[in-house]
Every structure is written in structure tokens, then in C-alpha cells.
Design a protein. Structure first.
Length: 231
């Protein structure tokens, strides 16, 4: 069994915030893979389903970001799981928008949601780092993460969510590389051979050899008269 945790803040006010990209990822997985309805439990919202033959519990803590670890710790103890069974989806300032990385263990890099989880279950869990970009100065970070994604972000955000959903069975099966490959194909789909063939410029036909121009009519008449004199 695996526990997938999405980080964010509860309520409609925060629904489309950059900080809630972890919630968005879990919502897409639940929708696309036919998970059971969400229900309140573990100071959050959970639903159950199956990904590639692995039972997976999805958890969205409702404790607000800074207390996420309370919800995660409670779920971990209930299901008798280890930190190695946990994967946390969260926003990442240090990655460009649309970029994604998978990391096992390590520090929390100042992320308050991860900081809280560290306090309750330690650091030996897997993270899916979802790039949202950086506002350029640390003093603007708090405002930036609590703002909604811009309209210009809609395309890559949708592609990212689709890729995460399509690759989720690989992630549940412990194949992070295959998961990342599925996301990469969605974000930058390879060209088909037909498309490539169409894109190639057509070869120009070889120029036909030019025949020497026929002599003008007046020149032919004069030559004919000259030949008649010697007949």
C-alpha cells in the first residue's frame, strides 16, 4: 500500500493558488483513475483506489500547510505504514514552472509543509517536486505562493497534471524514472514521422536542359535563298 499526499490549503479561497498544486495533482489522479469519493478523515480528506495493481490512499491535509504533518502522521500510524511508503506532492520554488523532479529523503528547504511532515514522520519519504518558479526575491515568496496561477500558466499546468496522472501507476510501482518519462512525453510530445516528413522542404525538380533557340524567321528566309543559288 502507498500513501500519496498532496500539500495545499483547504477552502475555495486557496483552490487555484500556486501553493495548492499538490492538491491539484491528487484531484487529477483520483478523477482519471476512478478512485472512491473523497471523505473526511485524518484531519484531512482521503480517497482510495488502485494504480497499476497497487492500492493507493490519497490524502489532502485540511490542517493548512504549516501543520500538514499532523494529518500525515495520523494516516501513517492508522495504516501501519513506514515513511518509505509515503510520496508527497508539493510546490517547488527552485524549479521553473512545469518542471518536475522526484527526490527521496533530504531537507525541507524552508517549505513549511515539508517542515511539518519532517517533525511527525522524519525525512525518509519520497517527494514529487512541482516547479512553480520564483518571484525573484525572498520577501515576495509568501505573496507569490498564495496567488492564483496566471491564465498564461493554464496550458503547461494542464499538461503537467495529465502527465502526472498518466505516470501515477509507475510511481506507485516504485519506478520513478518511468513516471518522469510519462510526464515528459505529455509536456513535450515527440513528433510523429508523418509530421516530420511534412515539415521537410520538398526537393526542387532538376532544371530541364534548354534547347538552343530557333533562328529568327528572317534569318531562315535569307539562308534558303542563298542555298537556292547553288542548286
Amino acid at each position: 500500500m502507498q500513501l500519496f499526499v498532496g500539500l495545499g490549503n483547504p477552502g475555495a479561497k486557496y483552490e487555484n493558488n500556486r501553493h495548492n498544486i499538490g492538491f491539484m495533482a491528487l484531484d487529477r489522479i483520483a478523477q482519471d483513475h476512478g478512485f472512491a469519493p473523497w471523505r473526511s478523515k485524518f484531519q484531512g480528506h482521503v480517497c482510495e483506489g488502485n494504480l497499476g495493481g497497487t492500492k493507493v490512499i490519497l490524502l489532502k491535509p485540511a490542517t493548512f500547510m504549516n501543520l500538514s504533518g499532523q494529518s500525515v502522521g495520523e494516516a501513517l500510524r492508522f495504516y501501519k505504514l513506514t515513511p518509505g511508503d509515503v510520496t508527497v506532492f508539493h510546490d517547488e520554488l527552485d524549479l521553473a514552472p512545469g518542471k518536475i523532479r522526484v527526490k527521496l529523503g533530504g531537507g525541507h528547504a524552508g517549505h513549511n509543509g515539508l517542515r511539518s511532515i519532517h517533525q511527525h514522520i522524519g525525512e525518509a519519504y519520497q517527494r514529487v517536486r512541482l516547479g512553480i518558479g520564483h518571484p525573484g526575491h525572498k520577501d515576495r515568496v509568501a505573496q507569490f505562493v498564495l496567488q492564483d496561477f496566471a491564465k498564461a500558466d493554464a496550458q503547461w499546468l494542464d499538461d503537467l497534471m495529465r502527465g502526472i496522472s498518466e505516470g501515477a501507476p509507475w510511481l506507485a510501482g516504485g519506478k520513478a524514472d518511468r513516471f518522469l518519462n510519462a510526464v515528459a512525453q505529455r509536456l513535450a510530445p515527440p513528433r510523429s514521422s508523418k509530421t516530420e516528413a511534412t515539415a521537410k522542404p520538398k526537393a526542387r525538380p532538376a532544371a530541364k536542359a534548354q534547347e538552343p533557340p530557333a533562328p529568327a524567321t528572317d534569318e531562315r528566309t535569307a539562308m534558303q535563298k542563298l542555298m537556292d543559288k547553288f542548286r
